[in-house]
Design a protein around this ligand. Sequence first.
Ligand SMILES: Cc1cc2nc3c(=O)[nH]c(=O)nc-3n(C[C@H](O)[C@H](O)[C@H](O)COP(=O)(O)OP(=O)(O)OC[C@H]3O[C@@H](n4cnc5c(N)ncnc54)[C@H](O)[C@@H]3O)c2cc1C
Length: 426
Amino acid sequence: MKQYDCLIVGTGPAGLGAAFHLSDMRPDLSILLIDKSNMSTGGLRNDCKMNFSYPIGFPLEYWEREIAETMISQVSKYLKAQILGKHNISTYQRRAQKLGVELLEIKQSHLGTDGGHILIGKLIKNIRSRGVSIFLREIMEDINEHEHIIITDKQKLSYRKLIIAPGRKGFSFLQKIMDKLGIAYVDNLVDIGIRVETRVEHYPIVRDYYDPKFLFPDKVRTFCTNSNQAYVVKEKYHAKSGKDYFTLNGHAFSEKRNGNGLVNFAFLKTVGFTSPLASGQDYAEMLGQMVMLMGGDKPLMQRVGDFRLGKRSTTDSFSGDLYDFEPTLKGCTTGDISLAMPAKIMRDIWKSMKLLDTIIPGVMHPSTIMYCPEIKLYANKPRFLDSSFQAKKDIYLAGDGAGTSRGIIAAWASGIRAAEGILRDI
Ligand SMILES: Cc1cc2nc3c(=O)[nH]c(=O)nc-3n(C[C@H](O)[C@H](O)[C@H](O)COP(=O)(O)OP(=O)(O)OC[C@H]3O[C@@H](n4cnc5c(N)ncnc54)[C@H](O)[C@@H]3O)c2cc1C
């Protein structure tokens, strides 16, 4: 069995960030990246909008401004992103301020799903040319920390240093590994909300600012805006109960393609739990399954016009009106999302939607579709041994799955930070 100086699980931005930094600083090291997928998953592959401003994507408990900003400039060297222009921001900000809402001004780039695939191809080619090995379609299943071995679905692999960066979808897997290694963690936060889809003319700010980040009272925010040729998509999650549930997301293609005239984005509310309910994931799973129960194993959708009148949307009422557009997500059930969403969450989101509609009139048009549920697990927050995200001797946890990031750029930066810890030690 070959021993690698550094074995990295996950070819998302966290894994790639670590691999590039290690191979830059120590080309002599043997490095192996493995991924269960045939291509890096997550945001690099979907929409690929990158936010180059602190604190977007950087959890404050791990990242001070100065460190994050130094990292952002390092990450920019690899990603060579073109920053998008923005217009009329101070006008939007003034309107928002009057209502107690904040509009963050972020340096952004947008490659689109097609552009993201091209970028991944280039990054993988580049990292291979440095002599880094990559095994795709190989799943890490278990670990033997005493022998410095991980067990995959294909073989055993030996490491001196290990970085595990399995992303948000690797949430349960990472919990299993941390339980086995005796790494303490908390999982008490979750973002719950809806994804909204409307015509661009009802949310024209996207012509001035690709992904506008509004912060509303009560911990509600807009998140992940996609426009031009934009689609709502569903992601399948497997709950501990053994049942599957869907949560929503969105993506868009690059500006090169003709647009469908639609925009989608999420309204999310951050919910924090204290004892005795400590697990954000458990709560999210219950909620996800509740929606599946209501929607016949599909997410729910409702027009704003129906929601406002307190009536469910039906297939008949959903289409055929002058103002309608077809939902881009097929395989969704028309219904009443307020039957599935806890009142406290829905009330705060509805209030935020009204505020947004006052800042940018149009988003509450009766034809706007509200899809439910959009859930973002906040990840497990492990107890780290040092600032390089070492959680157990020689084992580092990076990226979104370990709660050290919440976006492409911060995930890449967290990989660099883990790599720096390894370089100091190896
Ligand atoms: C649909 C979608 C759209 C998004 N859009 C954006 C966006 O536009 N901008 C943005 O900043 N962020 C976006 N995000 C969030 C972004 O994807 C994450 O912040 C970022 O990818 C986190 O990087 P990561 O390396 O931690 O994890 P990931 O990018 O999720 O990578 C983890 C990798 O680990 C692999 N893996 C998991 N478990 C195992 C295992 N047991 N064995 C082997 N391999 C494993 C996975 O296959 C995956 O390739 C989006 C996320 C999704 C799901």
